[in-house]
Design a protein. Sequence first.
Length: 299
Amino acid sequence: MSHSSADPWRSSTTLARLRAGLATLGPGEQRVARAVLAEPAAVVELSTAELAAASGTSPATVVRACQRLGFRGFQHLRLELARVTPDPEGAAATPVDTAFVAAAEALAATRATIDPAGFAAVVDLIVRARRILLVGNGFSSPPIQDAALRFTTAGRSVEAPLDILGQQFSARLLTDRDVCLAVSYSGANTHTLRACAAARDRGASVVAITSYSTTPLTRLSDHVLWAGAGVHENEADSFSARISQFTILYALQRAVLGHPEQQADDTGARDVVADALSDSLPDEPGHTNECGNRNMIDC
């Protein structure tokens, strides 16, 4: 199937949901999803039995796959696919359009794959943890560093070493009262895996944010949150997955702040940031801070 800039399937949030949900499906269900992704326009014309035959599965597997992907059933999926129509103008997307469509696809698809019970379990672990080690390398490092700052301002004891040896040293200091949260798009980064293995050996709970199901990282992890968005053409790494990772981590931080067992912030984070800002501002009469955000960490 062509993936030109004018291809309406390229920006379909329905197909983005299928791509993101692949990691959560069983083998038969994955065959159903891949059959839809391969020929979405043709699937609109198929019956449940015909899609089952095309994917080498059963009608029950087709229905189950659709439901696990967030649809009421196959007919619901067909209706959503039928909504995708070609652009009558045939206008090519600009780079700005492409970037924002990719971000919107990633967020919509990832939201559809978040399991509320699994997410809540991770929040409980973070709230009750004595220490939290955040691990991410390469393209996964920026989301981790952002999360470390946010969790610290929420009053959590957090480490996020940039150095790969520092990650392993910190992991070896964890106990069964601690959490190691790792971000890896592929689930196969060697340095991330070593830190997680060390944390697991010390009895710490391991949480993964990743995009693939059958990887060394998921096998090491007690809990997995899916940030499933595939690599697009001409990309060495998935920008879309990175958007999802940032958002999942932010959602975790917001959930921790609202948790009934979370103690009030005693870090004085807002005062720290406010002082830093005031030190850098010119001492002029009538000068005001242009950042009106009450969440001072974002100023």
